[in-house]
Write a protein that binds this ligand. Structure first.
Ligand code: ADP
Ligand code: MG
Length: 474
């Protein structure tokens, strides 16, 4: 890939000066995070980590990622309504993975009772890396789709301005003009607002369901503020609050403290540590309600790694989306090799293949949030240990994507300024609204570029590994 900032990177004094400007611009522009020491107070805040320079992204791949987003929205929504597909696909996983099993039980319980919800809102983020082929040509390969609590749509709306200023300071005004505007928080808020409107109660509120530890609150505030600007009331509550104060009336309308809730936007509930017994009960109450859940539990399940792996099987996309061969082809073009480790001959072969050549693969459990995947020697050891046990079905195997690294500076509070070899991951935000059977909104809402040093195999921005970035199209 092109290295547009080679000359800049050589001038250490200019880089230092630009880094000082960059940090202040980030603070001034609201690229903020609460601190590790005080994650639940805004008295002390810092800038969210970001790259000094925007990273080069091939414009054809960037366009390709945008062009396929509405297909992925449709696919996720279709899977969420396909009880048999979810049941069949997750059957082996829920035998060994407690977390997925619990989500699945709630899904089944809600279906048996009959869905009270009739408006559906999906906010997802499809993530990609640029795989460098043998001839050096990069290809867009999907890492995963996040169907719950996909974050950084807010803060990333503010990074392009920071990078624009940095480029100007470095004498690159023309390049600065080429940075694309990007505002996912606005697009996501439009989806929430549409769902709120279709729910049809002027006095009802939007509830952000938030974690106990709220370091990334400013990212969420970006979306909240867009809603307040549209005169939609937003409340922030935790599972614990729902357990204590949430209730349903006879028509399964959801009330919090006497306030009717139209939309529940989850920024919580995606990992096992988010749940104790009370929180599971709160989740069930929310899922049973008429309120628009973003996502509903079926859509969360549609985002599991096991579903992703099954989608890559020949014929699966075609069965799920009959009569849409173009959409199917667009999506399939972004798939990396994915393999089932289910018990049986196919799984035995795959396990043996990975043990023999671990550097070709990534081993993934059914978890979100970064830091869970296994690589290289660790992958080999774990897989050897569980190769003859059903436990292996809680994982899937994926071809390892190998992007071309580029030099950049990762700016992090309290960290020394030094150059790193980096790779990037591009995410496209999708938003859609369905009323009954009818799609009333289906959009790509903006993008997120995250960059990390190559020595870290895994981990996102929240995990302290990746940093926010802005694509510079080449
Ligand atoms: P999570 O749900 O924890 O975010 P991901 O599938 O997104 O799981 O993986 C986490 C990180 O691991 C990614 O952001 C990426 O950096 C790395 N990763 C995941 N899959 C691959 C892959 N196939 N090849 C290379 N790196 C990968
Ligand atoms: Mg991820």
């Amino acid at each position: 890939m092109a290295a547009p900032w080679r000359d800049v990177l050589r001038d250490e004094a200019a880089v230092r000066e630009a880094a000082r400007v960059a940090v202040d611009a980030a603070l001034l522009g609201g690229v903020l995070m609460r601190t590790e020491g005080e994650p639940n107070a805004s008295d002390v805040v810092n800038y969210a980590p970001f790259t000094l320079l925007p990273s080069a992204v091939p414009s054809a791949l960037f366009d390709q990622a945008y062009a396929v987003q509405r297909d992925f929205n449709l696919l996720v929504d279709t899977i969420s309504q396909n009880k048999e597909f979810l049941e069949h696909t997750l059957a082996s996983t829920i035998k060994v993975d407690d977390f997925t099993a619990r989500l699945f039980r709630i899904h089944m319980q809600v279906l048996e009772e009959g869905l009270a919800q009739s408006v559906f809102l999906g906010i997802n983020r499809s993530d990609y890396m640029f795989d460098c082929g043998a001839d050096g040509t990069p290809a867009l390969k999907q890492i995963e789709i996040n169907t719950i609590a996909a974050s950084f749509g807010g803060l990333t709306s503010r990074t392009a301005a920071v990078h624009g200023q940095v480029l100007k300071v470095l004498g690159k005004s023309e390049e600065a003009l080429r940075l694309l505007p990007n505002n996912p928080s606005k697009g996501l808020a439009l989806g929430i607002a549409k769902a709120w409107e279709l729910y049809g109660s002027q006095s009802a509120v939007v509830m952000f369901l938030v974690e106990e530890v709220q370091r990334n609150i400013f990212d969420q505030r970006c979306i909240e503020n867009e809603l307040w600007n549209r005169n939609i009331r937003v409340i922030r509550k935790r599972f614990r609050d729902v357990f204590e104060k949430g209730s349903l009336d006879d028509a399964k309308r959801l009330y919090m403290d006497g306030q009717e809730v139209a939309v529940v936007y989850y920024r919580e509930g995606y990992v096992p540590t988010n749940y104790d017994q009370q929180n599971w009960e709160a989740r069930l109450l929310l899922e049973r309600s008429r309120a628009v859940k973003c996502p509903d539990i079926a859509t969360q399940l549609a985002g599991t790694k096991k579903v992703q792996q099954e989608l890559s099987r020949p014929g699966t996309l075609e069965r799920l989306l009959p009569g849409r061969p173009e959409a199917v082809a667009r999506m399939r073009a972004t798939f990396a090799g994915l393999y089932s480790l289910d018990v049986g001959e196919e799984g035995d072969k795959i396990a043996a293949m990975a043990i023999a050549d671990p550097d070709r693969f990534v081993l993934k459990p059914q978890r979100e949030g970064g830091g869970n995947n296994l690589y290289g020697e660790e992958l080999r050891q774990v897989l050897e240990k569980i190769r003859d046990s059903p436990e292996r079905t809680s994982y899937i195997l994926m071809d390892k994507i190998k992007p071309q690294p580029a030099k950049n500076y990762l700016l992090r509070a309290h960290s020394p300024l030094r150059v790193s070899e980096c790779i990037s991951e591009l995410g496209i935000f999708g938003v859609y609204v369905r009323q009954g059977k009818e799609m009333v909104m289906n959009e790509a809402a903006g993008h997120l570029l995250r960059t990390k040093a190559i020595e870290h195999a895994d981990g996102g921005v929240a995990a302290g590994v990746a940093v926010l970035d802005t694509p510079y199209l080449v």
